[in-house]
Ligand binder design. Structure first.
Ligand code: CUA
Length: 338
């Protein structure tokens, strides 16, 4: 006996499946709300592909669910089912429609990818440097900061590099990711559309401190940004501060604050020992303060503060911080330690 599915039955199952999927798609916040033009475009492709998937799922689910119910085997019926043949028209249709839909996703993605790579004629250029385990950001004034500040509604061209191993730069609200590769500059164009403070995350396993390799991106109004930038540039153009004052720049430029608390630098990192307690630590290690600080920077595994692990602090600072800067940093830490 043959069942004939009514169009209404199939349509009801299709609509039912689609509704379930739409609820799941919209009830769960899968992606953060986009905060840049690039993120807006990626968000469009994401939802376009989502709707194509919901449509195909509903069309496939309808005959599948119907067949499970209508053609289920009767009790004790061990006979073969009736022989069935393909339906050429149907096969052409169910090949052609997905082909067109998937091709349209590819075209939309290619257009978004091309647009997202365009930085316009006058982007703000910032160099992003990854190193175990901190991000630093170098501006056109030559200064390096531990936090990324960007004006809203402007193209920003980030050039990414790494001082040691592979890292990957990601601001979830801006959607895009880009690897930071030692010796090979990579690029990312971001055009923030919303002011706010967003997390910067490393998404490439880069060592013991990978999970704490975080910073902040602050998107500011153009006025706030201009005020910050001219202030920062003025401070930088004063005769290069020697000794302890220059030490703060070395501290910030090497991302020390990402891992260490140090009140003089307003840093609150919790990964490594609290640098406000350097005098106490030096006493615990039975060393003079200056020598203890220097050793802890260039040979961090020589003495491990109680409660901390070996191998978390990168042993590369002896190579990456030039001698005079290292002197400044040691002096800065020693003179501000409590
Ligand atoms: Cu850098 Cu993970």
């Amino acid at each position: 006996m043959r069942h004939r599915a009514s169009f209404l039955q199939l349509a009801l199952i299709a609509v039912g499946s689609a509704v379930v999927l739409i609820v799941v798609a919209y009830a769960v916040p899968w992606l953060p709300y986009p905060a840049s033009r690039e993120a807006g475009r990626i968000n469009f492709v994401f939802w376009y592909a989502e709707w194509v998937s919901i449509f195909i799922f509903a069309i496939v689910a309808a005959p599948l669910v119907y067949s499970l119910w209508a053609f289920r085997v009767k009790e004790n019926d061990l006979s073969d089912g009736p022989p069935t043949h393909g339906h050429t028209g149907l096969e052409i249709l169910w090949t052609a429609i997905p082909f067109l839909l998937v091709t349209s996703i590819a075209i939309a993605s290619a257009i978004v990818l091309a647009k997202n790579g365009r930085a316009g004629t006058d982007p703000l250029r910032i160099t992003v440097t990854g190193q175990q385990f901190a991000w630093t950001f170098t501006y056109p004034n030559g200064q390096t900061y531990p936090v990324l500040r960007m004006p809203v509604d402007r193209h920003v061209k980030l050039t990414l590099t790494s001082k040691d191993v592979l890292h990957s730069f990601w601001i979830p609200e801006l959607y895009q990711k880009q690897d930071a590769v030692p010796g090979l500059p990579t690029h990312l164009v971001v055009s923030p559309t919303r002011t706010g403070v967003y997390p910067v995350v490393c998404v490439e396993l880069c060592g013991l401190g990978h999970s704490i390799m975080r910073s902040q991106a602050i998107v500011m109004s153009q006025n706030d940004y201009d005020a910050w930038y001219s202030g920062a540039t003025k401070a930088a153009s004063k005769p290069a501060p020697g000794g302890a004052a220059g030490g703060l720049a070395v501290f910030n430029g090497n991302g020390c604050g990402a891992c260490h608390t140090f009140s003089a630098a307003h840093s609150t990192g919790k990964v490594g020992p609290d640098l406000d307690k350097l005098k106490q630590e030096a006493a615990g290690a039975h060393q003079p303060l200056d020598a203890f600080i220097r050793q802890s920077i260039v040979d961090p595994n020589a003495y491990i503060a109680p409660g901390y692990q070996k191998g978390v602090m990168p042993p590369t600072f002896a190579q990456t911080i030039p001698g005079p800067k290292l002197d400044q940093l040691v002096q800065y830490l020693a003179s501000n330690a409590k």
